[in-house]
Design a protein around this ligand. Structure first.
Ligand code: FAD
Ligand code: AMP
Length: 471
């Protein structure tokens, strides 16, 4: 009987709090412990995602996108805005209010589900015993570890949180730095760079690798590189930062391939995140870590110790909120004795630049490596009435389907509302749809969704609204 099962969830980010709610729905007695407190020292469940990640970054991206559009695109529509200004303090205040309200919402959800929420620092001992602030709160039938991740700090660029910043600092800047350096052209670097570049900062992104966004489909990454480079952001590849020094409240950055160092008003170190495991595991817990500090788990998020699970940023796979939540649900259902699974191939990835980049499934490079024969169908937003109406014609939808069966293998989008469009593609992949299945559906007109439909037509009978002959 589930009602007899007592479980503890350590961490109330999107992995932990969603796991706790699902477990409660399934009739378990759930304790959820989280250590996050806000500036007023109040508990703020929701994890990195809500406090310093997905939500605040999207709030700032929305505000600055509006500002940028007003400045650069309003005139195209015949709108004249005489005196435009951005009140950064007000923008930040709105962000804080949204985060505070949503964190209260998470607390209310936990309460409504009769979850015993404890604000404190938890750790796992032997025999599924959980400690909060070093005192045992007892032994549980199962424990779910969901303590998330932390920003990686470079040994030569220690965060001082005023000029050398982590991503949380960069979301809280009170003024627009005249010049901003960013180490790392990954998702976080590009999103934060976009925010501050739109407000007039001269942004330089320094990336050690020779390829831009190597995990993104190459054709999409190439289009994105061109487009983003034209937005007040200089993205330099093959540029390894080797030293960082604060000098007169500015930051001096030394590069491996350039004698002359560069000076910035502020520097964001956005070189990735590392699993936050150490504090949560007591030596007697019996769990040993992978080389990169992640917790080894199988496809069901089971650790090497029976009835101990780990989800989200703590374990293999992309560090994404929806991946964490999906694993949280799966684990709750497994503990309840139900069948559940999670397929990493069906986790959509999104970069919220303008235009947005979104993809699900395999890239062309992966298919080539796996020697899977494929067909490409693509459609540019420039040929779509709705995109033209929106003045957002950059980018395309590209689909990859199996050459023999037509089954969709990957969908890659660079363009307006890619973050929304990818949902249909994800559903299609989950249901093992073929390109023909998509081609046979009807997309509303005029919508951006037509680009996905036309790309499917391109992979089968031929796109209709395009001057391109099917070969
Ligand atoms: P977390 O959200 O990190 O939650 C872990 C929780 O555990 C935290 O509340 C922490 O306080 C708590 N905790 C840690 N140790 C203990 C302990 N010992 N005791 C008690 N509590 C503890 N992902 C997306 O999908 N979309 C996005 O748009 C997106 N944008 C991002 C933007 C930024 C700037 C950043 C930094 C990240 C972004 N991410 C995004 C990634 C996303 O935030 C993470 O993948 C997600 O939060 C992981 O969820 P989680 O539950 O595993 O961990
Ligand atoms: P992500 O892991 O997607 O957040 O991206 C982090 C990026 O930072 C990766 O593309 C790394 O190549 C890059 N990076 C890491 N260390 C350095 C460095 N010293 N100089 C420049 N780029 C770096």
């Amino acid at each position: 009987m589930n009602s007899q099962k007592k479980i503890a969830v350590i961490g109330a980010g999107p992995g932990g709090y969603i796991c706790a709610i699902r477990a409660a729905q399934l009739g378990m007695q759930v304790t959820c412990i989280d250590q996050w407190v806000n500036a007023s020292n109040q508990p703020s469940p929701g994890g990195t995602c809500l406090n310093v990640g997905c939500i605040p970054s999207k709030v700032l991206l929305e505000s600055t996108h509006l500002y940028h559009e007003a400045e650069h695109s309003a005139a195209i529509h015949g709108i004249s805005l005489a005196k435009l200004s951005m009140d950064v303090a007000k923008m930040q205040d709105r962000k804080e209010k949204i985060v505070t309200n949503l964190a209260k919402g998470v607390q209310s959800l936990l309460k409504a589900n009769n979850i015993n929420f404890i604000s404190g620092t938890a750790s796992l001992g032997a025999n599924k015993t959980v400690f909060v602030n070093d005192s045992s709160i007892g032994s549980f039938d199962a424990v779910v570890l969901a303590s998330g991740s932390l920003p990686i700090e470079l040994p030569f660029a220690k965060f001082n949180h005023t000029t050398i910043l982590d991503s949380a600092d960069a979301l809280a800047l009170k003024e627009v730095p005249a010049t901003l350096g960013i180490i790392g052209a990954g998702v976080i670097g590009l999103e934060l760079g976009s925010v501050w570049a739109r407000l007039g900062s001269k942004v330089t992104i320094l990336e050690a690798l020779p390829d831009f966004l190597p995990s993104v489909d190459t054709a999409i990454a190439q289009q994105a590189f061109k487009s983003l480079s034209n937005q007040g952001m200089t993205i330099t590849l093959n540029t390894k930062v080797t030293a960082v020094q604060e000098k007169n409240k500015k930051v001096q950055v030394t590069l491996a391939n350039q004698e002359q160092p560069i000076m910035f008003d502020a520097l964001i170190v956005a070189v990735g995140r590392k699993p936050n495991c150490k504090q949560v595991l007591r030596p007697e817990s019996g769990i040993t870590l992978n080389k990169n500090d992640s917790i080894p788990v199988d496809q069901y998020c089971r650790t090497s110790v029976s009835d101990i699970y780990a989800v989200g940023d703590l374990v293999r796979g992309p560090m994404l909120a929806h991946k964490a939540s999906h694993e949280g649900v799966m684990v709750a259902e497994l503990i309840a004795g139900e069948h559940a699974e999670s397929d990493l191939n069906l986790v959509p990835s999104i970069i919220y630049t303008n235009p947005e980049i979104a993809w699900v499934g395999k890239t062309e490079k992966q298919l080539q490596q796996d020697q899977i024969p494929y067909t490409i169908g693509s459609f540019p937003f420039a040929a779509l009435g709705r995109a033209i109406a929106q003045n957002s014609t950059t980018g395309m939808v590209k689909i990859l389907s199996h050459k023999e069966t037509g089954t969709l293998l990957g969908v890659h989008i660079f363009g307006p509302s890619a973050s929304e469009l990818i949902a249909t593609a994800t559903t299609a992949l989950a249901f093992e749809a073929t390109a023909e299945d998509i081609a046979l559906t009807i997309a509303g007109h005029p919508t951006l969704s037509e680009a996905f439909h036309e790309a499917a037509l391109d992979a089968t009978t031929g796109a209709l609204n395009l001057f391109r002959k099917k070969t």
